[in-house]
Design a protein around this ligand. Structure first.
Ligand code: FAD
Length: 402
């Protein structure tokens, strides 16, 4: 058993195999030289000078679990017929292979001197920028842009955020839903410029589509990530338009004996319709559990069809999202943005909840996630009443409120 990629999905796959009693040899191959570590604390702790640096490392006794960890080893390709993995340190034979190579941060053309935030080394480089209180321009007001800006303002940097969409989190949420988050930037003392594109980035700042220029000592690019699957070219493994491994409902790739999990894969979802590519931590863990169950089990496992879950900590707020909304879903708001007690947004399709976004309302998240998972019919009027627990916003068969 060989697992390629020593991030959350790879580490969890190897551990889950052992937990399920897999007795064969397990080798975990990771391209980075660090001991396997977790990414969410990079923005929430490392950049903010919180916790000890070693706390990002996974608390796993690899030796005790008899998992061989090979760090600093890069997978270069597959020879599918004989089931050989070609690496920078030679060829590894496998019976089953789990591809868990995650994603790489997208960089902008011409922005070679710009910073990204994906790895521990990236976070350490950016921490130096913050310690020096440099003026920073952040490209993209997405999840990474927001968490980085939070840390940079805490450190006392002057921060300008440039976002092509009309509101923060434009890649994940409709502009009307993300709009209230604009105020978070202003209150933190960061300048947010929406609806404007970066046309050039280099040392000294960026130029924008409206002709203006933002001067900065450091440029941070937070415009998303792409599956790190370039090494699979020519392997026979089917890849999607963004480079993601196209897996089936059991996370099996198109080549026998190969699975894929985490940020590098997409899979069919009967629950939401179409294929899902989920770049969230919870999916890395749940998917790993599903792969281990399929490999170590007797094959009688259910298809992998999760309700995706994500959280973010930004500007003193806890933002959580569960589910998968579609463009045509009805938006139902609960609570008033910036009012006491937080606010939430639910998405409904054919009377059932497809997704919930919560800001400082963790109970809505837990209860909404259960409604989505169970496919419970929801009463929109009750769901819109922030005084009613979301779990009670259920539509009964007779149309009466429960
Ligand atoms: P990765 O974590 O990317 O791990 C893949 C590993 O494979 C990497 O170590 C990489 O070096 C290695 N690799 C790549 N190519 C090769 C190769 N050819 N050979 C060998 N090794 C290779 N998600 C949330 O839900 N909530 C959060 O709050 C949150 N915060 C985040 C904050 C930051 C700063 C970042 C970067 C991400 C955050 N995420 C968060 C996303 C979450 O961390 C990812 O979804 C998760 O790490 C995916 O795990 P993975 O194992 O699939 O990929």
């Amino acid at each position: 058993m060989v697992v390629v990629g020593a991030g959350a999905a790879g580490v969890r796959s190897a551990v889950a195999l052992r937990e399920r009693g897999y007795a064969g040899r397990v080798t975990l191959v990771g391209g980075e030289t660090h001991r396997p570590y977790d990414r969410p604390p990079l923005s929430k702790a490392v950049l903010r000078g919180r916790g000890r640096p070693e706390e990002v490392v996974f608390d796993v006794d690899f030796a005790g679990l008899d998992i061989e960890v090979e760090t600093g080893v890069t997978a270069l390709g597959l020879r599918p017929g004989p089931r050989h993995l070609v690496t920078s340190r030679g060829v590894l034979a496998y019976e089953r292979l789990v591809v868990a190579t995650g994603a790489d941060a997208v960089r902008l053309p011409g922005g070679e001197g710009a910073y990204v935030l994906r790895t521990l080394d990236d976070a350490r480089r950016l921490r130096e920028v913050l310690d020096a209180r440099r003026d920073v321009v952040v490209i993209g007001a997405g999840w990474i842009g927001a968490e980085f800006t939070t840390a940079a303002r805490e450190a006392g940097c002057r921060v300008t955020v440039v976002e092509a969409g009309g509101a923060p989190l434009a890649g994940a949420l409709p502009a009307a839903v993300g709009a209230p988050m604009s105020g978070w930037y202003a209150r933190a003392g960061a300048e947010l410029r929406t609806g404007v594109r970066v046309t050039g980035a280099g040392a000294g700042g960026v130029t924008l589509s409206d002709g203006s220029r933002v001067r900065a000592d450091a440029v941070v690019v937070g415009v998303g990530a792409r599956p790190a699957t370039g090494w699979l070219a020519g392997s026979g493994i089917a890849l999607g338009a963004r480079g993601e491994v196209l897996a089936d409902a059991f996370l099996r790739a198109s080549v026998p004996g190969v699975y894929a999990v985490g940020d590098c894969v997409s899979f069919p979802s009967a629950r939401f319709g179409g294929r899902l590519a989920v770049h969230h931590w919870d999916n890395a863990l749940q998917g790993a559990g599903a792969v281990a169950a399929h490999i170590a089990g007797d094959g009688a496992v259910a298809p992998y069809d999760p309700v995706p879950y994500f959280w973010s900590e930004q500007f003193g707020h806890v933002v959580q999202y569960a589910g998968q909304h579609g463009a045509g879903d009805t938006v139902v708001r609960r609570g008033v943005p910036d009012g006491a007690g937080g606010w939430s947004v639910c998405w409904l399709r054919e009377g059932r909840m497809t997704a919930v976004l919560t800001v400082d309302r963790p109970r809505d998240l837990v209860q909404g996630r259960r409604l989505i998972t169970a496919g419970t019919p929801v009463d929109p009027a009750l769901a819109a009443d922030a005084g009613v627990a979301l779990k009670a916003a259920v539509r009964t068969a007779a149309g009466a409120r429960s």
